[in-house]
Design a protein around this ligand. Structure first.
Ligand SMILES: [Zn+2]
Length: 235
């Protein structure tokens, strides 16, 4: 069986393989150029991320030469998607979605919420730089969400945690005691935060809304499971 690493190396070295396999594999390995980005639909972008996470969570990641990608992207970038993720060291978007240098714009902040600066970054990623999808990527056992559930007061974290008020407002008595040891409750808040954050982009950014209305952009909310590596899609 030919591994992707061998294949990417072989393509670079000019070896030839069966046409269909060559197309599929070379697509995975090729750098995102402006033309390639332009030819990518919003649905393609989400499908590409789903396929990447399937590779990641089944230990079939594409192996590659990062320095070759550095050279390929030195003259410019054309990422196909933007991801807002948590700072959690276990939830790095490029790894979780098995993408390469030049593939993703990534905004990372504890608890993957958005503010003016991050929305501005997303407007740049999409309207200016052409990305076709925005993914709000939450994860389970999120320390920021747990801190919000526990109403932690500590330095600037106190202000940061105010960003989770809309998600906390979805809790009801049926969710039980508001405590970070209540795993289902923490998960519910994390999922609500991802969903509400994704929805808020349409209200807070006329630029992003116009792109979505024109079907030039898709917004999705998703949850990364740090125990299994899999990403489940909420929208
Ligand atoms: Zn987190």
């Amino acid at each position: 069986m030919i591994t992707r690493r061998m294949f990417c190396g072989c393509v670079a070295a000019g070896f030839s393989f069966a046409a269909t396999a060559a197309h599929a594999q070379s697509t995975e390995c090729a750098v995102f150029t402006p033309d390639r980005q332009k030819a990518t639909t919003p649905d393609d972008a989400i499908a590409r991320l789903k396929a990447g996470n399937e590779r990641f969570s089944s230990s079939k990641t594409v192996n590659y030469d990062p320095m070759a990608q550095v050279k390929q992207t030195a003259g410019g970038q054309a990422p196909f998607a933007a991801v807002v993720a948590c700072i959690d060291s276990r939830s790095a978007p490029e790894l979780v979605f098995d993408q390469r240098i030049g593939d993703l714009f990534c905004c990372r902040v504890a608890g993957n919420f958005v503010n003016t600066d991050i929305i501005g970054s997303l407007e740049y990623s999409t309207k200016v730089a052409g990305a076709k999808a925005i993914v709000i990527l939450g994860h389970n056992s999120c320390g920021a969400i747990k801190s919000a559930v526990d109403n932690v007061k500590l330095g600037n974290i106190t202000a940061l945690l105010k960003n989770f008020q809309p998600a906390l407002a979805t809790l009801t008595k049926a969710d039980g005691h508001r405590d970070s040891h209540n795993d289902p409750l923490v998960q519910k808040v994390a999922e609500a935060n991802a969903r509400l954050t994704a929805a808020s982009l349409l209200k807070r950014s006329p630029i992003i809304k116009a792109l979505v209305d024109a079907k030039q952009l898709r917004i999705a909310a998703a949850m990364h499971d740090i125990k299994t590596g899999t990403v489940s899609w909420l929208s």
